[in-house]
Write a protein that binds this ligand. Structure first.
Ligand code: C2E
Ligand code: MG
Ligand code: MG
Ligand code: MG
Length: 280
């Protein structure tokens, strides 16, 4: 009986694998086409100064709407792009478009963009980022690269070299999804970062669990103790926001404020906020 059961489990996995392999090859094929046609573009989630409510920046998030398949989430196509050697071209494209869009924002606003470990490992990554900034005419001081801790674990030396050069040029570095990776504290000591982004999972459970509130408080103490700005991700409720403001969290983003918006909608939101601010 056990044998029959394990046999069906194997078949189940095989079927599952098969479907996954097929989906992956469809995405790979469509990804090549989308890249050539420029069908993947960034949308922008506002980053808000929690103290004042002002928009201090925006995070570029890749969006792909496929004619037949509908919206395809970055978590589905970024890994495929990494595996089939398309991530550098995709990353450059997204960075170039995002830098151009950022030229329309107030100069104090920061553009944050996610960088995949595969991109970071590629020789010449730092130089290409600086070349794109130069070509578009956006100051390096307006750009922040978001990397996950796991990126650093895999290739500390290579990451240090690439990010060191970028940082020397004025680009800022944020540790994304902070608290979910291995050796978070190790990296804060061995790696110069400008910001930590507290992972959404901690913010999400602030209301429900005392543990999460304690962890968020500790991460804020850690960041501020080291002179690093702290952003909270995934703020969805006023209670979460109020808790974070009470604890002195610097910036925040989440559906409570806005989801990722097309460039034109972000511009409209910025204009609305500035006219309100100057009116009263
Ligand atoms: P991330 O960088 O940690 O981005 C935050 C994710 O949380 C985004 O999902 C965003 O839409 C979502 N989010 C923001 N606020 C809320 C909220 O209040 N509640 C909830 N439930 N979710 C919220 P998205 O756009 O699907 O991106 C997922 C991940 O894919 C990103 O995580 C990032 O790791 C990766 N990614 C997205 N765009 C790019 C890109 O251009 N390049 C690379 N390399 N990775 C990207
Ligand atoms: Mg991010
Ligand atoms: Mg994150
Ligand atoms: Mg994430």
């Amino acid at each position: 009986r056990a044998k029959a059961e394990s046999g069906s489990v194997v078949r189940f996995f095989e079927k599952d694998m098969d479907a996954r392999v097929r989906e992956r090859s469809v995405i790979e094929r469509e990804l090549r086409r989308a890249l050539a046609d420029g069908d993947i573009h960034p949308c922008y989630q506002p980053v808000v100064d929690l103290g004042t409510g002002a928009i201090s920046g925006a995070e570029a998030l890749a969006r792909w709407h496929h004619r037949e398949l509908g919206s395809i989430a970055p978590e589905r196509f970024i890994p495929v792009a990494e595996e089939c050697g398309l991530i550098a071209a995709l990353g450059d494209h997204l960075l170039r478009v995002a830098c151009r869009d950022a030229l329309d924002w107030p100069p104090a606003m920061t553009l944050s963009i996610n960088v995949s470990p595969v991109q970071l490992r590629e020789p010449g990554f730092g130089l290409r980022v600086l070349a794109i900034l130069g070509e578009v005419g956006l100051s390096p001081t307006r750009l922040e690269l978001e990397i996950t801790e796991n990126t650093l674990v895999r290739d500390l030396k290579a990451s240090q070299a690439a990010l060191g050069a970028l940082r020397a040029a004025g680009v800022r570095i944020a540790l994304d999804d902070f608290g979910t990776g291995y050796s978070s504290l190790y990296h804060l000591r061995n790696f110069p970062v400008d910001r930590i982004k507290v992972d959404r999972s901690f913010v999400d459970s602030i209301d429900a669990e005392n543990e999460s509130a304690a962890i968020v408080r500790a991460l804020l103490g850690l960041g501020h103790g080291l002179g690093i700005a702290v952003t909270a991700e995934g703020i969805e409720s006023a209670r979460q926001r109020d808790f974070l403001i009470g604890q002195g969290c610097d910036q925040g983003q989440g559906f409570l404020y806005a989801p990722a918006l097309p460039a034109s909608e972000l511009r409209r939101l910025i204009a609305e906020k500035t006219s309100k601010a100057s009116a009263g």
